[in-house]
Ligand binder design. Sequence first.
Ligand SMILES: NC(=O)c1ccc[n+]([C@@H]2O[C@H](COP(=O)([O-])OP(=O)(O)OC[C@H]3O[C@@H](n4cnc5c(N)ncnc54)[C@H](OP(=O)(O)O)[C@@H]3O)[C@@H](O)[C@H]2O)c1
Length: 291
Amino acid sequence: MSGLTVVVIGATGQFGRAMMRAVEATPGWHAVGLGHADVDVTDAASVGNALAVPHDVVVNATVWHGPAQEDPVMALRVNALGARVVADHASSRGTTCVTISTDYVFDGDATRPYREDDPVNPRSVYGISKATGEALVRASTPKHLIVRVASLFDIGGSRAKGNSTFVSTMLANARAGKPLRVVADQFHSPTYAPDAASTVVRLLEAGVTGTVHVTNRGWCSWYGFAEAIFAVAGIRADLTPSRLADLPSGPPRPRYSVLAHGALRDADIVSPRPWQEALRDYLERESAGSS
Ligand SMILES: NC(=O)c1ccc[n+]([C@@H]2O[C@H](COP(=O)([O-])OP(=O)(O)OC[C@H]3O[C@@H](n4cnc5c(N)ncnc54)[C@H](OP(=O)(O)O)[C@@H]3O)[C@@H](O)[C@H]2O)c1
């Protein structure tokens, strides 16, 4: 396929930054990054102006991250209606619309990895807003690619989490000698944003549309993830397992949100490497002071 011009909305965010790098690393491809200062996805006129630049693909990597993440009005405005505004624009232009979604669209009651066509049943406002966004995007344009990722980590972290990730928070707290209690009964697939982003490039190269799960291979509990972080980083931490039921009240979290990779397999695209390998890369980059 000849080179694509890919506009990334949310380019200052964790996934958006990785997506920019993945596109720029692809010979002949061109990336255009838009931050929140350049475009507001909740405003159709703003999206129309910002996307006036010629392009083939738009990647919507935005997420509502105000003071109250579970604010239903704002979550639905950005994560659902904003996703639709971007998709409608793509539909009118005939461009491909990539929407980044989440494992939190599932309820977490499964006992085997969720498939792309399993029914969604979100329990949190965030999950409901993302599942609604998915449905609105599907209804807007057949040229959509909905990519569900999970538990992202990368240098610089998530804007929604104060520029941190679970990995950076664990390391900072352990280095400060703080005791850590981490849930051992919530299971997921930690996912390195650069691995997910380069898989999105492979999907675009292959012309895949529809809904696709993109996570690093394997899974663990958050406690298991913390143990691995400290083992690889060579840090002794005061780490104790806890249970979801012990958490102070907060939005419901899926107990089990491992995602199966059927759509990647069907497209003959190799799943991202095991999360442990990605974690080692991340920690090497982090200790080398990479940005
Ligand atoms: N982080 C995770 O662990 C995780 C897990 C599963 C799925 N996801 C999904 O992955 C995607 C990216 O997450 P992330 O961690 O990269 O998020 P992030 O670091 O918080 O980045 C979100 C980006 O969206 C921008 N933004 C927010 N509201 C906007 C609006 N109304 N109009 C335009 N831009 C807006 C932000 O800009 P400002 O910061 O300047 O406002 C920022 O650039 C999201 O769709 C999220 O639901 C993330």
